[in-house]
Design a protein around this ligand. Structure first.
Ligand code: ADP
Length: 524
């Protein structure tokens, strides 16, 4: 295989032959914008190689994993077969059913590598087994001390390289994708190297851009001619995300509001110009949640199941949650204050410093707070100190605990998401599904998924939560006061809970949007 494609313009060229295996996809369907629709097309499922650094439930640090894990199930019924390529982090190969080696390279960025195919957790997975890059203790991105792995640019360039190789040459079982779906910077170089295979680059969070120093061009196997402002150069450095944004056939992000925000300096993190240049190809498609996993009527992880019209299980879950967090049992409507929850990475992005400032008022109005999260030390300390200052009113768990997060959504009254920016956000959607009303900052996907309880929405019975703007402590405080006022009116509150639980948060609509995007790019 060649070391790199030239730094071609963003539109793929029609296939000039020579790289496809015989017997694979009809060639005409491959070119972006091909006129193949309605012509002689293969009616079999379209094939997508989804490339990412995380995939739930196998490896997850955030919402990216949930989305990557949910897309195959959501797109399958719409005629798209997704295979998901992720790194074989330590321990993952053992999770594959009957792994089969379908690709290999004796020297992938400094060591031998192979792709193992198999099923795990109901997913059709391709694991990139490259021990010199991925067989390590620690998280996908950080070593055991919490520092970035110094070779992250190389590790994920390798992932992207292999994705492009699969797109160009196919796997040894004859499978070859019609399209590459690259997620976030870790897959950013795949569109650059993908040759004529169409690609979608999805931005889950533009704050993470995969920056490497200019001297790494050769090491990363990048075409030097692409190191320009029109290519993958970002202010004298290399940006993997920018490569994806420039070279993909189309770009997308995870909510319509974030798509609009990304064109502004406030939210674009220096890439707003690139996004504006590619606006004609941009889609904003809101994430969904997996209704099999996040459904209070069937969730095996919560103390008692419940559904709209049969809410006793929510009260049981609330009592259990208070007990688990050491909160006073006599909280709730009788005490005048709701039980707020936070399930989040504890970072500045999530606006939780504003919540710390607003805590005295929340507690003074009779509220309680249960926090689960980990991240920046000052925020962790802040919530631990709050729990010590207000025992029985505030409880804090530092860590990552999927099962506990389910119990929190079941037992809470209100989920707080005061993010400064939030591409899509999932926890507000879990809140809707579990009747734990979301109080959110009016930004990104939060603005797109929660209907603010303003006078008009309350009158029409359509409110599902609260939005506040601007994202400041004062505005959050005001919103918290509104929550307390409404909590004192149980009939209205229960009506809102029912409305929230009826709000669709599944994948149906968004999966159709992705399918339409895939159709458009492949002529499938
Ligand atoms: P982001 O991807 O920016 O972290 P999202 O809201 O899109 O934010 O997704 C976060 C996901 O991670 C959700 O599924 C949320 O429940 C989960 N999560 C975050 N922190 C924790 C934690 N400490 N324990 C369990 N789950 C968590």
């Amino acid at each position: 295989m060649s070391r790199a494609q030239s730094s071609r313009a963003s539109r793929p060229e029609p296939d000039q032959g020579g790289v496809r295996k015989p017997g694979t996809a009809p060639e005409g369907a491959q070119a972006q914008g091909a006129q193949a629709k309605g012509a002689q097309t293969d009616r079999a499922a379209g094939r997508v190689l989804s490339v990412a650094s995380e995939c739930a439930p196998l490896v997850k640090t955030g919402g990216l994993a949930d989305v990557v894990g949910a897309l195959p199930g959501a797109l399958g019924p719409l005629g798209w077969q997704l295979r998901t390529l992720i790194p074989a982090y330590r321990g993952l190969i053992a999770r594959l059913d009957a792994p089969a080696e379908l690709w290999s390279d004796p020297d992938l960025y400094g060591g031998p590598a192979r792709v193992l195919a198999g099923r795990a957790a109901g997913l059709d997975l391709l694991l990139l087994d490259a021990p010199h890059l991925f067989d390590r203790a620690g998280s996908p991105y950080l070593d055991e001390t919490g520092a970035d792995w110094p070779d992250n640019p190389r590790r994920f360039a390798a992932l992207s390289w292999v994705a492009a190789a699969i797109a160009r040459d196919g796997l040894s079982d004859g499978w070859r994708p019609d399209l590459i779906h690259a997620h976030d910077w870790q897959a950013g170089f795949a569109p650059l190297w993908a040759g004529q295979t169409p690609s979608v680059m999805t931005i889950h969070n533009i704050a993470f851009q995969g920056i490497a120093p200019a001297r790494a061009v050769d090491e990363l196997r990048l075409p030097p001619s692409g190191f320009t402002p029109q290519g993958y150069e970002y202010w004298g450095q290399i940006s993997a995300l920018k490569a994806g944004l420039v070279y993909a056939s189309a770009i997308s992000t995870v909510s319509p509001s974030y798509a609009a925000e990304l064109t502004t300096p406030e939210f674009g993190f220096g890439l707003e110009g690139v996004i504006r240049d590619r606006a004609a190809t941009m889609s904003g498609i809101l994430n969904g949640v997996d209704a099999q996993v996040w459904n209070p009527a069937t969730d095996p992880l919560i103390p008692a199941n419940y559904a709209a019209g049969d809410m006793a299980g929510k009260s049981t879950s609330a009592a259990a949650l208070r007990d688990e967090f050491g909160l006073d049992p006599q909280g709730g409507q009788s005490a005048g204050g709701p039980l707020f929850i936070v399930v989040s990475r504890l970072t500045r992005q999530k606006g939780l410093d504003l919540l710390l400032d607003a805590l005295p008022g929340l507690v003074a109005r009779g509220g309680q707070l249960a926090v689960l999260g980990s991240g920046e030390p000052d925020l962790q300390d802040g919530f631990l100190r709050a729990a010590a200052r207000w025992p029985g009113r505030v409880g804090t768990r530092i860590g990552y605990d999927e099962a506990l997060s389910h119990r929190m959504f079941a037992g809470g009254d209100v989920v707080l998401v005061p993010s400064r920016f939030e591409p899509s956000g999932l926890t507000q959607m879990y809140g809707l599904a579990y009747g734990t009303l979301p109080l959110v900052a009016r930004t990104g996907g939060l603005a797109d998924s929660v209907i603010d309880a303003n006078v008009a929405a309350l009158r029409d019975g359509v409110a599902t939560g609260w939005q506040f703007a601007p994202v400041t402590g004062d505005a959050l405080n005001l919103a918290l006061q509104k929550v307390s006022a409404l909590y004192a009116q149980p009939v209205i509150w229960q009506r809102m809970v029912a409305r929230a639980m009826a709000h669709p948060v599944g994948w149906d609509a968004s999966a159709r949007d992705y399918a339409a995007l895939y159709d458009r790019l492949t002529g499938h």
